[in-house]
Design a protein around this ligand. Structure first.
Ligand SMILES: [Ca+2]
Length: 482
């Protein structure tokens, strides 16, 4: 206020001086003149007061909140035409071609759809000497190309998993990934290598995984979800000498411990059913052999020991029979051991030579063909075997280095079923293949995934979209297929 006054008084003083003559010579200034002067004085005074009230500029205020997202822009220009796809399969042979028998005065021609007989026109009659009764020589098949259509091209439009469609990264020391659904809810389960925990994430409405539950599992390795009756469970192999492998049960809100399976250094668990019975095969990596547990109506009890140690066990069905494949350490021989259900127990069925130590095994069926894919740790490639009716024969070899496992998904959407198979290679980029039923009739390479020291991967579906989760030693990336 004091500041205002010190400015104010001099201004009033100056104004008074400047208008003093007009005040003194009052008579010479009429009413309009006086009104003008007083309004001038008022305005100058108020302006002076306004100016005197202005302080130094204050500090910049905080940035405001971001406004709402604006309306979506117009769609961009049409993209360039894609490359020509591979040639489609050869069509089925059509019905035998029969030439129509033309009458005299007719000739054989085509209307674009079929061969027909047409009468000679006047022009043709003029050109040939004798039109009436002239027999046109019937052309041979080779000289008359039948109207053909170009072979139908099948475009193998395979979903790709691009860096720009990476929708989430989860930071953790993952060892084994898996997804499963309970009703409409999708979960991602991750066994942690460093921590003594098993972490469950839940897919939310924003299409992101959010941490849902952390369960204590020392040395968690591979795991699987399964259902007994209406109840949902999952079992985790514990690669520990002193801890058994736990089974958890969904109680409607969360997973709670259900029972433990007596194991020492378990590496993988495979649930499967034979008829109404539920079994758990547990691959033990050290010691004498692996175990099979059976559900007795209330819990799992030991059912059978099999003399195979392994890092991975897989079950599959062929022609009504149940099989187990187990891959073990090299010291036991470079084999994948295959067991077959005899009706009462599993018996050794076949030793499948794998050349090098097999680390992971995956069974899949496409178009009625049974495959067994073996991931090899030491070799520079991994192998896909095909069942020929009596045994598995080498079908395809794909590059890999320190391969841990294979993953697969069959996506029933987008008009035709597509089967993907990917090799989880840890010392080189993992590769995705797709069953090419039309062209090469092999697993055709789709793409490589830019990932180093890959631990595990998993495909999953939400709606019609295929997603891929890729775990490396530090983080897990979630890709949306496009
Ligand atoms: Ca397995």
């Amino acid at each position: 206020m004091a500041h205002v006054l010190t400015l104010f008084f001099p201004i009033v003083f100056v104004l008074t001086i400047s208008f003093a003559p007009s005040v003194v010579t009052r008579r010479q200034c009429p009413k309009a003149c006086r009104t003008f002067i007083s309004s001038e004085v008022e305005e100058k005074v108020s302006r002076a007061v306004r100016n005197s009230g202005k302080g130094t500029r204050g500090p910049r205020g905080k940035q405001g909140l971001q406004g709402p997202i604006g309306p979506q822009g117009l769609s961009g220009p049409l993209g360039e035409t894609g490359p020509i796809g591979p040639q489609g399969p050869r069509g089925e042979s059509g019905p035998a071609l029969s030439l129509p028998k033309c009458e005299p005065g007719e000739y054989l021609t085509s209307d674009g759809k079929q061969l027909i007989c047409a009468k000679f026109g006047e022009e043709v009659c003029k050109a040939v000497a004798k039109c009436e009764g002239y027999q046109v020589p019937t052309p041979s098949l080779s000289s008359t190309p039948a109207p053909t259509r170009p072979p139908v091209k099948e475009y193998v439009n395979m979903t790709q998993f691009m860096k720009k469609y990476m929708i989430q990264t989860l930071y953790m020391d993952a060892w084994d990934l898996g997804t499963f659904s309970i009703g409409e809810q999708l979960f991602l389960g991750v066994s942690q290598l460093g921590g003594k925990s098993f972490v469950i994430y839940k897919w939310d409405e924003e299409h992101r995984f959010r941490s849902f539950q952390v369960l204590k599992v020392p040395f968690a390795r591979k795991w699987q979800k399964f259902v007994v009756g209406e109840d949902v469970y999952f079992a985790v192999a514990s690669n520990s000498r002193s801890h058994d492998s736990p089974v958890f049960k969904w109680n409607g809100d969360m997973f709670v411990p259900f029972q433990t399976l007596p194991t020492v250094k378990a590496f993988d668990i495979e649930p499967f059913k034979i008829g109404e019975d539920t079994y758990l095969a547990v691959a033990i990596y050290y010691g004498r052999g692996s175990h099979i547990f059976k559900w007795d109506g209330e819990r799992f009890v030991k059912f059978q020991d099999i003399a195979a140690v392994g890092a991975d066990v897989e079950h599959f069905r062929m022609n009504g029979s149940t099989y187990l494949a187990i891959t073990g350490p090299f010291s036991r021989g470079a084999y994948a051991l295959i067991y077959k259900w005899s009706g009462t127990r599993f018996e050794v069925f076949h030793r499948l030579p794998t050349g090098e130590r097999a680390y992971g095994v995956k069974a899949l069926s496409v178009d009625g063909i049974h495959f067994l894919a073996v991931a090899r740790w030491k070799a520079e490639s991994s192998l896909i075997f095909r069942w020929n009716g009596t045994q598995f024969k080498l079908f395809q070899e794909v590059p890999s280095r320190r391969a841990r496992d294979w993953i697969t998904i069959t996506s029933p959407f987008m008009s035709s079923e597509k089967t993907y198979l990917a090799i989880v290679s840890s010392d080189r980029s993992p590769s995705i293949f797709a069953w090419d039923r039309y062209y090469s009739k092999k697993f055709a390479k789709v793409q490589d995934i830019p990932s180093e020291r890959t631990r595990d991967m998993v495909f999953f579906n939400m709606g019609e979209t295929v997603y891929l989760a890729v775990a490396s030693h530090r983080s897990t990336d979630i890709y949306q297929g496009s």
